[in-house]
Design a protein around this ligand. Structure first.
Ligand code: MF3
Ligand code: ZN
Length: 615
């Protein structure tokens, strides 16, 4: 089954250092967590609290997110945000759809409608998908709002005032037929290097050469296939070289703090070394945030300039006092989740924008990025119908818990990982069902059927052992969660569950009512409390599983319930774990939470999402 020694080594290696960091910020007591929290009153930073501003990269509105997108940002941030609430930190979780840009315009052309209609439709679809996955945002907004225009204009004004902008003329492809300038990847033509006929304006897919669209031989508009010509256009550039010294100072500080992952540090440093040039922040498009400057009436901001400002404007639509979150670096920790392709936008470009205003912005503290999730033997592809997209999970007769568990336990934290149906089924059957489900179901069913209750009872050697292990496990979990090692924290809870199963099995509890009723009381007392511990620690990952277990134990939301993890984090010894449940607790309406997934189901699912079938 599992190797107790290696488990122990891992648990004992919890650093004192991380233990110390755990007790920080446990000053607030106000109840604010739990599934039923009141969202109508916006949360604001509080003095002497840990105020944590959590964001997930704003998903593009024009795509249906696939499972890789979901684990990459919204789901990971949700786990961290739920953890923060359980710790009673004063945190908010901000997200929303990224709606402007060429891609949305193109989609509107394809669907023969307006960009606004596309955004409305897909924003609702995204929200519905995230609801299905039980992603609990404080706000799920959008970037196409008045506030976005207002705040972007103000930031732009400051940059201008501070001399951080310049204007330049650039050569750009223009489609006479569509009467519009074409973004690089919407120009196609013959590659000047390998003569491949279908090269894109930014790159040739055949020989890999990176291109400028003007270099293509006989460039054409990718949308209408009309002839593209080259025209001159004027644009605004952000003077990154001028901001560089300040930026570098800030980045060095972040690197020294050790709070950025290696990947994040490497990507950022190499970009600063090679990529710092004046950067064009406007585009010849209609669907975007307007540029408040004479001569730019037909242009808008480049999406990557104003999309990150979306985090701020979404917060501003949530509360008038948004500056308390965003212009409060002394009191607020900004923690951002994203896929690895988003890193430099969040560590270089957006921070440069903020630094350039010379205002006192809340800057990125921790960044948690993921690598890619691949699908079976290749990549997710919407156009070829390969892989699982958020809009097709609801009808599969598989619960959100199964997906959350599989995606989180397989989170591409340091390397790419692969989604495989056979693997999902195996993890479901061997881990969720055989480990976690077995612990909850077997014990609680027994307690219910024998009409047993939690009674304070004497402890023996086996109980001291399991409680000590649980205590160490808890410390490991807390330090993992503080450092956003989500996969490891989840593994830690699953190990705890495994140890509880072993304790139960060794106790031979099913024989005790006849042979040793006193010992039975002890076993029920200890194991029910341990179940409560497991269900608490698993909550950020599998919230509805916790809710089901709690309801089987008759636990109702209460102020104490909502600060339980904070209470546990302050424990100095393991016996206090036995205070989790009140004496007299019984089990009711016990039902299985998981079910097994059969090999034939796996092969059906594989075929369904292989792109080979019409569905
Ligand atoms: N829409 C982008 C993507 O999916 C992320 C935008 S993040 C923000 O890659 F910072 F710009 F908001
Ligand atoms: Zn065209």
């Amino acid at each position: 089954m599992y190797n107790m020694n290696s488990l122990l080594n891992r648990l004992y290696s919890v650093h004192l250092h991380s233990l110390k960091s755990l007790s920080k910020g446990s000053l607030t007591r106000k109840v604010s967590s739990g599934l039923s929290r009141d969202k109508s009153v916006p949360k604001l930073p509080k003095p002497n609290a840990r105020n944590i501003l959590i964001t997930s990269a704003l998903p593009y509105v024009n795509n249906v997110p696939h499972l890789g997108n979901i684990i990459g940002c919204v789901l990971s941030a949700d786990v961290y945000s739920r953890y923060c609430r359980l710790r009673n930190y004063n945190s908010i979780y901000i997200c929303g759809t990224d709606e402007y840009g060429t891609a949305t315009e193109t989609k509107a052309l394809q669907e023969k409608t307006s960009p606004k209609a596309i955004c409305d439709k897909y924003h609702a679809l995204h929200k519905q998908i995230y609801d299905w996955f039980q992603i609990d945002f404080d706000v799920f907004g959008r970037t196409t709002t008045e506030k976005q225009t207002e705040i972007t204009s103000a930031i732009f004004g400051k940059l201008r005032e501070n001399g951080q902008l310049s204007e330049r003329k650039v050569q750009q492809c223009f489609c006479e037929q569509c009467q519009r300038f074409l973004a690089d990847r919407y120009v196609v033509g013959t590659c000047p290097s390998c003569h491949f006929g279908d090269a894109r304006g930014d790159q040739c897919d055949k020989c890999g050469t990176v291109l400028d669209p003007e270099e293509l031989v006989s460039p054409k508009c990718a949308i209408c296939a009309g002839q593209a010509s080259v025209k001159e256009s004027k644009h605004v550039f952000l003077d990154l070289p001028k901001i560089k010294p300040e930026l570098e100072k800030w980045v060095e500080g972040r690197v020294d703090s050790g709070e950025w992952s290696n990947n994040c540090v490497r990507t950022t440093e190499s970009w600063i070394r090679d990529g710092i040039k004046p950067r064009c922040i406007t585009r010849d498009l209609k669907w975007g945030t307007p540029v408040p400057m004479a001569g730019y009436e037909n242009k808008v901001f480049y999406v990557w300039f104003d999309a990150p400002i979306g985090y701020i404007s979404i917060t501003a639509n949530y509360s008038e006092s948004w500056e308390k979150w965003w212009k409060n670096p002394e009191e607020v920790e900004l923690v951002q989740f994203m896929g690895k392709d988003n890193i430099t936008f969040h560590t270089v470009l957006f921070p440069s924008t903020l630094i350039g205003t010379k205002e006192n912005w809340t800057m990125l503290k921790r960044l948690s990025s993921t690598e890619y999730l691949n699908y079976e033997d290749g990549k997710f592809s919407k156009s070829r119908g390969i892989g699982v997209f958020g809009d097709s999970v609801a009808g599969l007769n598989l619960s959100a818990e199964v997906f959350r568990y599989y995606l989180l336990s397989n989170r591409p934290e340091v390397a790419d990982s692969v989604f495989k149906w056979s693997d999902l089924a195996e993890k479901n059957n061997n881990e969720l069902l055989a480990n976690l489900g077995n612990l909850f179901n077997r014990l609680l069913k027994f307690v219910e059927s024998k009409k047993l209750a939690v009674i304070k009872s004497p402890l023996h050697k086996a109980e001291h052992e399991i409680l000590n292990l649980a205590f160490l496990n808890l410390q490991q979990y807390l330090s993992d969660m503080e450092e956003i090692r989500l996969k490891s924290a989840l593994k830690t809870v699953m190990e705890l569950s495994m140890m509880c199963n072993k304790y139960l099995q060794d106790s031979e509890f099913w024989k005790l009512s006849k042979t040793d009723p006193a010992k039975l009381n002890t076993v029920i007392y200890v194991s029910c409390n341990l179940i409560r511990l497991v269900s608490l620690l698993i909550e950020p990952f599998l919230p509805s599983v916790s809710a089901k277990v709690n309801s089987q134990l008759g636990i109702v939301p209460s102020p104490r319930e909502e600060t339980l993890l904070e209470e546990l984090a302050g424990l100095k010894n393991s016996e206090k774990i036995l205070n989790l449940l009140s004496p007299g607790t019984t089990a009711n309406n016990v039902q299985a939470i998981f079910r097994s997934i059969s090999p034939s189901e796996v092969s059906d699912l594989k075929t369904k999402f292989s792109g080979k079938q019409f569905n």
